[in-house]
Design a protein around this ligand. Sequence first.
Ligand code: BTN
Length: 324
Amino acid sequence: MKTTVLSFLIDRRWVSGEDLGSALNISRSAVWKQIEELRRKGYKITSIPGVGYHLEKMPDCLYPEEVMLGLDTKYLGQEIVHFFEVGSTQDEARRLAEKGAIEGVTVIAETQLSGRGRVGRSWNSPSGSGIYISIILRPNLKPNEALQIPIVAGVAVACAISEVVSVEPKIKWPNDIILGSKKVGGILAEMSAEIDKVNYIILGIGMNVNTTKESFPEEIKSIATSLSEECNRKVERVQLVQQLLRELEALYEEFKLVGFTPARKRWKKLNNTIGQRVKVGGTEAIVGNAIDIDKDGALIVKDDEGNRKRVVAGDVFLRTVEHG
Ligand code: BTN
């Protein structure tokens, strides 16, 4: 219902209460209630008696009705739960998954109070300038194959960014989204599994979209960037979320249909890690040359003794551009 009122307002310069009422088959006072509800959410709508309604300004919010407007996916993002503020969208999505939410249900927040990153880090989640999204997936996979999903997702994020913003991000293994030499986005996949079967995966994606350089916390200023900083303009978050859901669904469908090979090929085209001298992990760090990712998405590093090491988790430091 709200989608329809909103889509009318977006499509036409002016729309009368009467036209809206008959298109939606509701009374004019019900139309007025819908308009008031949109106004409460921050949509600036002018009304002139005898003429109708005109949408002047949209709020910069990832409201479900806006994200879903014209979203041509089959199931990703077709049910969206939106929060202004949340601990972590991962936790909200997990709660929904535990209650039986279907594949594709998506949680979006404007800000997170305790956003999580990979390897126990936190994820800086300032209000309204980023994308913080968690998607419930229920792939038919064995737990050891689950690493493939964030690789697929990394490709989707990079493709969505280049489509919407016209910059060409690189992916640092496994799925840090990099512009120049700084991180603009990341992916955290958390799973619930039996010994031989994945129950569900909560795919969490974070992107720094309109964050200003100055507003990054001191400790990540030198390693983080945002899309607006890189392209010198404000980026439409709604458009980017929509494109992300489209790209992700297409790649995930391909993955479910034919397996990991095509995603692996795409990842290899977009990555900045293979062919580099790297250091992976903490205390038991492996130093060597990254030579490939294998059929599961693990990074293959050839150390200085010539041994092939298979890395399934951890942070990669590129020795050419980073200190580690
Ligand atoms: C990384 O460390 O690179 C992964 C970052 C993942 C952040 C996203 S934001 C949405 C979702 N909710 C979280 O708490 N984390 C993920």
